[in-house]
Design a protein around this ligand. Structure first.
Ligand code: PGA
Length: 256
């Protein structure tokens, strides 16, 4: 099955509202031929409206997504944001389970599972992040660890809303470090991830699920990952904050 490539930018806790609008405007100049693949940017909550306004106004060929969500619909959850609130701001994607949230903010597999269901129910595509810490990698236990995360995140999901799920494989030791796995190694993990998706959600869903690679993706190395058969795009951190670099990565995905 041919899957449409996805390049997603994770802006993390960067960009004020004004900076985010500027970055979105720069991307909108660059995005004329971004038709053959899906592209989305995930700014902080405070800039979602600003970025989606730029997209609307310029009819830009990329989408907006969020970096987190809460799994309840509404209520006394001070500081949290619901899937419905994201939908109202035109979010088509939402990152969940990023390793930084797992490490610093106590996000568990169980929460990731609930968030995935809540997003699917609202028609938002979850980008479920998984990835191993360096000690697990060194011990040669990556597949076991990552597949365990995938199964925990996706088990029991009812695919009654959108059936589009994205899994991003991001080795923790590769995030923001300039270190990357060899592309064939990332391919092996992404193939194993697809098998785990098949195990919990069936073969058909596994074939349409996009598996991204993330962690120190740059214009110069992106194509090596995008050319792998089980890698369907990238989740880009640092390089997503520079419009020219992000556009160059999108170009590599278009050519892959
Ligand atoms: P990086 O971040 O591209 O800066 O390594 C990727 C991510 O954390 O999503």
């Amino acid at each position: 099955m041919s899957r449409r490539m996805l390049v997603a930018g994770n802006w993390k806790m960067n960009c004020t509202y004004t900076e985010a609008v500027n970055l979105a405007q720069q991307l909108s100049y660059a995005c004329e031929d971004w038709d053959q693949i899906d592209v989305c940017v995930c700014p902080p909550f405070t800039a979602l409206r600003g970025v989606s306004n730029v997209i609307d106004f310029d009819r830009a060929r990329f989408k907006v997504g969020a970096q987190n969500v809460y799994f309840e619909k509404a209520g006394a959850y001070t500081g949290e944001i619901s899937p419905g609130m994201l939908k109202d701001l035109d979010c088509e994607y939402c990152i969940i389970g990023h390793s930084e949230r797992r490490e610093y903010l106590g996000e568990t597999d169980e929460m990731v599972n609930k968030k995935a269901q809540a997003l699917l129910d609202e028609g938002i595509i979850p980008i479920v992040c998984v990835g191993e810490p360096v000690d697990v990698y060194d011990a040669g236990k990556t597949h076991e660890y990552v597949c365990g995360q995938v199964e925990a995140a996706l088990s029991g999901l009812a695919l009654t809303g959108v059936q589009d799920i994205v899994v991003a494989y991001e080795p923790i030791w590769a995030i923001g470090t300039g270190k990357v796995p060899i592309p064939e190694e990332a391919q092996d993990v992404c193939a194993a991830i697809r098998q785990s998706v098949a195990k919990v959600l069936g073969e058909e869903q596994a074939q349409k699920t996009r598996v991204l690679y993330g962690g120190s993706v740059q214009p110069a190395n992106s194509r090596l990952f995008f050319d792998q058969p089980d890698i369907d795009g990238g989740l880009i951190g640092g390089a997503a904050l520079k419009a020219d670099q992000f556009a160059d990565i999108v170009k590599e995905a278009l050519n892959a």
